[in-house]
Write a protein that binds this ligand. Sequence first.
Ligand code: GDP
Length: 142
Amino acid sequence: MAVEKTLSIVKPNSTLDNNIGNIIAIFEKNGLRIAGAKLARLSKEKAEGFYIEHKERPFFGELVNFMTSGPVMLMVLEGENAVAKNRELMGATNPANALEGTIRKLYAKSVGENSVHGSDSAAAAEREIAYFFEKHEVVNRF
Ligand code: GDP
């Protein structure tokens, strides 16, 4: 398996619930290292740009409002098969469908306020990391 990088975002419901550390602990226990990290408050423009593919969806406005409602923790995770590993650790988009032990099962409030974002492909990871991080802010750990 290849060492990959992926983008993770701890969403406002989980930064406000003081679960940043609990979520990072899950990544670290499962072989994902932090290669870049920063706490940020997203502007409306930055959040809209990030979710542009969902622009026509009925929940777009709600999603942007939520993502700008509090701090987010932006992280680059690195490890073997990191894109798929992160998605597995996150659990299903709707926490009602998420498996026991996954981040969303443990900490999500609803399908909207679902604690974490994770890139869904290697190409998305590359694009999303570049959207939030300068090159010098990402450290190669492997
Ligand atoms: P993900 O890759 O698992 O995050 O899921 P998607 O790419 O399908 O959706 C992106 C994000 O939009 C999700 O993580 C949710 O925060 C939000 N979202 C998806 N479906 C809904 C919905 O039905 N209602 C609301 N309010 N938000 C949603």
